[in-house]
Design a protein around this ligand. Structure first.
Ligand SMILES: Cc1ncc(COP(=O)(O)O)c(C=O)c1O
Length: 374
């Protein structure tokens, strides 16, 4: 293979398809693929197409602009926007059959005004709050909210959903309570003849670890479709496959004397003469954590990143890999030889979570796909 001297991520779309099918099998329900935030850094359009090919009847994003991008890419599958759509965009949403989340009376009024006189109804998924404290009328008031939406001439109430705050905290029993709030509302809606066609509740942790909450029409798969753990206590089985690796080509190798300071602020000083210092084109502007304890894999060995991570580059210790030369591959996230650096490990090292690690990989880092995109 030709050597590369830049940084890139490799995304295995077969792994994403496999993970989606694994969730569907566990939950016994179709998966709405959550592909917001550039599909958690994996690339929204290729992942969206792979998810649809894997059988997802719906995809979901956070912002209207993301939904527009998917439509512009020729994706005709139903799209749900999980966040707020500005009233100025709502007519276009209706025209493009982009589903809006309806989460408050105030927003309902805004949309009714914006849609007055238009012929096309806006498909909406009503959202209630069962304990997250984010979007949604309180579930206890959910039936009244649902009635208001259903009686409005401008909405087609297609869906009803909520989102758990602690589904990934398996030791906490809040999920049971949040589920009972939601289920009570569904029973009330059924009795009133107002149950929407698509009810969905579980996120990845819910779909994989709480079978009782998968009883509705769909589950929403986010982190698990990328093969990543919902949390430290909700770890996926080896049936799931991480889809993303992050690599870089070594751009410089040199030897320097003992006592040479490395990088900004001189936080590292070489210990011995003829210290072999490599440079990789990966920095904090690429999403690499600006901490002192980083490691990367070279020739299958873990080598320390030396000193301060710069904006676009960092230096690595090549003393233990004397054969490493420029153009050799360094793995920032993923496997090499018998070792592997996971997104979970990076999350712990950077005092954050795996979600943040993959979402944080900058757009300028080239994405390469297997199978290759046509
Ligand atoms: C409303 C909603 N549903 C589902 C998800 C997917 O969650 P996860 O990635 O934990 O599966 C998210 C993610 O933030 C969300 O906001």
């Amino acid at each position: 293979m030709e050597k590369r001297y830049d940084t890139w991520v490799e995304i295995d779309l077969n792994a994403i398809r496999h993970n989606i099918q694994t969730i569907a099998l566990i939950a016994g329900k179709p998966v709405m693929a959550i592909i917001k935030a550039n599909a958690y850094g994996h690339g929204m359009i290729p992942v969206g197409k792979a998810a649809i090919a894997a059988g997802c009847p719906f995809v979901a994003v956070a912002r209207f602009g993301e939904a527009q991008e998917l439509r512009q890419a020729g994706i005709t599958t139903p799209i749900l926007v999980l966040g707020y759509i500005h009233p100025k965009d709502i007519e276009e949403a209706a025209r493009e059959s982009i589903r809006a989340t309806l989460f408050s009376y105030e927003q309902m009024k805004q949309y009714e005004e914006a849609l007055r006189g238009t012929w096309k109804k806006l498909p909406v998924h009503v959202k209630v709050d069962v304990g997250m404290g984010r979007l949604g009328e309180q579930a206890e008031d959910g039936l009244r909210f649902l009635q208001s939406a259903a009686s409005s001439a401008v909405f087609d109430v297609e869906g009803l959903y909520s989102h758990f705050s602690k589904a990934d905290m398996l030791e906490d029993d809040a999920t049971g309570l949040q589920f009972s709030r939601f289920d009570r509302l569904i029973r009330e809606a059924e009795k009133a003849g107002l149950r929407p066609r698509i009810v969905h509740l579980a996120n990845s942790a819910g779909a994989v670890f709480h079978p009782e909450i998968c009883k509705y029409d769909m589950v929403r798969g986010g982190i698990a479709i990328y093969g990543l753990d919902p949390s430290d206590s909700a770890r996926l089985s080896p049936d799931f496959q991480p889809a993303l690796s992050w690599k870089a080509g070594i751009t410089s190798v040199k030897t320097v004397p003992a006592g040479q300071e490395i990088s900004y602020c001189g936080r590292y000083k070489t210990q011995k003469d003829n210290s072999r210092i490599g440079v990789i084109p990966v920095g904090y502007a690429d999403g690499f954590g600006r901490i002192l304890e980083n490691r990367v894999l070279v020739h299958g060995r873990r080598v320390p990143v030396l000193g301060t991570v710069c904006m676009d580059q960092c230096m690595i210790d090549l003393n233990e890999v004397p054969d490493a030369v420029t153009g050799d591959e360094a793995v920032i996230l993923g496997s090499q030889g018998d070792d592997r650096i996971s997104a979970e490990e990076l999350g712990a090292r950077w005092h954050t979570i795996n979600y943040d690690v993959v979402c944080g990989i900058a757009e300028r880092v080239t994405r390469l796909y297997t199978p290759e995109l046509s």
